[in-house]
Design a protein around this ligand. Structure first.
Ligand SMILES: C[S@@+](CC[C@H](N)C(=O)[O-])C[C@H]1O[C@@H](n2cnc3c(N)ncnc32)[C@H](O)[C@@H]1O
Length: 275
């Protein structure tokens, strides 16, 4: 897949700069890389529209210093990842790294070769999801990972003792990459599935992870809810703090109770439990 990078630098460091990410996320930009003076937002090139992108930042003109549009054919995108992918320490006992990095001695040493998939640990939502998961006891539990990307959270769940993991991914190439990463980590409990909410087959899970985006979550919550029973826990991310109340409200409609939430640079993780 070809990607388009929209690079944006700001006149000064302000909290509002991050809020613009949410506008870009709304129109399809799916990942962000921060720089000293701003950040780059990435979108599959076939979904990129220069007119819509420039319109989305129109109201913020006075604080923007410079913007640039850069095309990344598939090959270059891979190279870019390899040169910029550093190991990420999620916690004292969990590291996400690539196979070209030195082996780590921590309890959960996750190896990811991302190609063009999301889920290297660099993004706030992956970090928040992984941290949140690490605070639970997964021994013998069943788990569903929606929007598995590289498979990183499903792999962590198996490492933590989950006894069955279904990992669903919409994009065919990303799905293939998740299978590849599963093998790379010698996983045997993960069932990788190409699909979306409608593909949820098993009746009930102890845990459901969803790191996608606000709109998909609101649309597909009915599928997640149907796969939960009393005491099932759902951990959701891929949205901004300002969107949490609408997602929480949706969950409440399905009999879910708020447990906790965590934010990093406005990106938020919400945990709810079926009562
Ligand atoms: C933000 S990434 C999360 C990746 C990984 N789980 C993580 O936490 O880093 C979201 C992934 O969900 C996939 N996706 C988008 N919509 C989906 C849907 N409705 N069902 C399943 N996967 C979806 C995307 O292709 C992408 O790989």
């Amino acid at each position: 897949m070809d990607y388009t990078e929209f690079k944006i630098s700001f006149k000064s460091k302000e909290p509002i700069n991050d809020v613009i990410k949410s506008e870009l996320n709304e129109i399809g930009f799916e990942s962000f890389v921060d720089y000293e003076s701003g950040y780059s937002a990435f979108i599959p090139s076939n979904l990129f529209s220069k007119i819509i992108t420039l319109k989305s930042i129109e109201n913020y003109k006075s604080i923007i210093d410079h913007t640039e549009i850069i095309d990344h054919p598939y090959q270059n995108w891979n190279k870019k990842w390899e040169s910029s992918f550093n190991p990420i320490e999620i916690s004292d006992n969990c590291i996400i790294r690539s196979s070209f990095h030195e082996k780590s001695n921590v309890q959960f040493d996750i190896v990811i070769n991302p190609e063009m998939s999301f889920g290297t640990g660099h993004h706030e939502t992956t970090q928040l999801m992984a941290k949140s998961l690490l605070s639970h006891e997964l021994n013998g539990k069943s788990l569903l990972d929606m929007g598995t990307g590289t498979g990183v959270l499903a792999i962590l769940a198996e490492f933590m003792g989950a006894n069955s993991v279904d990992a669903i991914e919409l994009d065919s190439k990303v799905y293939e990459n998740s299978i590849y990463n599963g093998k790379l980590n010698n996983c045997s409990k993960i069932n990788f599935i190409k699909g979306s909410g409608v593909s949820i087959k098993k009746n009930k899970y102890d845990y459901i992870l969803v790191n996608i985006n606000r709109n998909s979550i609101l649309e597909e919550f009915k599928f997640y809810a149907s796969a939960m029973e009393k005491n099932s826990i759902i951990i959701l991310s891929g949205f901004y703090k300002s969107d949490m109340s609408s997602i929480q409200e949706k969950g409440r409609g399905y009999g879910l109770k708020y447990l906790n939430s965590e934010s990093l640079n406005e990106w938020t993780t919400l945990t709810m439990k079926k009562i």
